[in-house]
Design a binder for this molecule. Structure first.
Ligand SMILES: Cc1ncc(COP(=O)(O)O)c(C=O)c1O
Length: 368
């Protein structure tokens, strides 16, 4: 485990040593942005750290409402609702949509928060092959007559793959299913204006695709949100036990979200910079004969057949003052990989150093 002794940026300090940092999900480099820090400090001074109450009782502030307005405007939706974490978003959505579906179809490699969100009384849960809209279609055909809900990650956290949402959307329409996309890693990252996977594929923003999102990754803050029509956000506020019975997002964190959205709005070039840098690393990995995935996303995995290799590479990088962890995450599909997470603020020197080390390791450990 990496013990952090300061903030995460391009570099971190751990046990008194400085490391180049290619981990976490600080894709736009906003986690330590000076404007966001200032907004947080102002909010702490005015509101304190925490309201110690749920949104539903005495936990809602003008900051929460301002943040929800800013999120709705960012997403081009009527309204948005924020809550304590991105992890809760899938539970909240599946909770309020109950009654509209009886069977859930889940990508085999879905994030743990999706699996945890399955309501206890849903009897039928089916897993379709990873990113395979054809298999999803087959399962939906086979289970005709059920009221289906399909749920997938937008960008997969470990592999950086983008779900084939265009194909999934067609299948979902054919079977009159509900579609939910967990866009935790896509918000602020993909799509012409950073709205995530549906925008990336040019799918209609007509409310037929539900997205669960987080401010804890590209937005550099914390907390989950769902945007949509007022009838959807109203259902969350009125019906979700998770929303109603958990403590509100701390006000300084709400202030961070507002500041972050302003930065994202004013700096649309950040996304391109991020995706270009990540693509440079992917292409270099491929040229070195490493296995990776081929998507314009900031998560660049180095894929291996064994945990030993993945751990070995990660350790070699760490010995050379670069952090890119070999990740072992709860998931149905066993993967051995080193997860390189790129940030828009990584410098060319940092990227060259990383690629140089990868080449050295490859030459030493995998040359034929
Ligand atoms: C796909 C996915 N969904 C949800 C979450 C949870 O989001 P948060 O960490 O903001 O609670 C994560 C992250 O860790 C994730 O990778």
């Amino acid at each position: 485990m990496i013990l952090l002794n300061g903030e995460v940026g391009n570099y971190i300090y751990s046990n008194g040593k400085k490391f180049s940092y290619f981990a976490g999900n600080n894709y736009l480099g906003l986690a330590g942005h000076p404007e966001i820090k200032k907004a947080v400090i102002r909010a702490v001074e005015k509101y304190g750290v925490n309201f110690a109450a749920s949104r539903h009782t005495t936990g809602t502030s003008d900051l929460h409402l301002e943040l929800e307005g800013a999120l709705a405007s960012f997403k081009g939706k009527e309204d948005a609702v924020v809550f304590a974490s991105g992890y809760q978003g899938n539970s909240i959505l599946l909770e309020i949509l109950k009654g509209s579906y009886s069977t859930i179809f889940i990508d085999q490699s879905a994030h743990a928060s999706i699996i945890a969100a399955i309501p206890a009384d849903v009897v039928k849960v089916m897993y379709y092959d990873h990113c395979d809209a054809g298999h999803l279609d087959y399962l939906l055909d086979y289970n005709r007559g059920s009221s289906p809900l399909v749920i997938t990650d937008g960008i997969f956290a470990l592999t950086g793959e983008i779900a084939p949402l265009n194909q999934i959307y067609e299948v979902v329409r054919k079977h009159d299913a509900i579609l939910v996309v967990d866009d935790a890693h896509a918000t602020g990252v993909i799509g012409a204006t950073g709205k995530g996977t549906p925008e990336h594929f040019g799918l209609p923003g007509d409310g037929k695709i539900y997205q669960t999102e987080t401010m804890s990754k590209a937005l550099g803050g914390y907390g989950g949100f769902i945007s949509g029509s007022r009838s959807v956000t109203g259902l969350i506020r009125e019906k979700s036990a998770t929303y109603q019975a958990s403590t509100a997002l701390p006000p300084p964190i709400a202030a961070a979200g507002i500041a972050s959205l302003a930065i994202i709005r004013e700096n649309p070039g950040l996304r391109k910079e991020l995706l270009d840098k990540a693509w440079t690393i992917r292409e270099a990995l491929t040229a070195m004969d490493f296995r990776t995935t081929h998507f314009r996303t900031p998560i660049v995995p180095v894929l291996f057949d064994t945990a030993e290799k993945a751990n070995g590479l990660s350790q070699f990088l760490e010995e050379n003052r670069v952090i890119a962890p070999s990740v072992n995450y709860p998931a149905r599909q066993q993967l051995f990989l080193v997860r390189i997470a790129v940030s828009a603020t990584h410098t060319d020197d940092q990227i060259s150093q990383l690629l140089g080390l990868l080449k050295q390791w490859k030459d030493k450990n995998e040359s034929n």
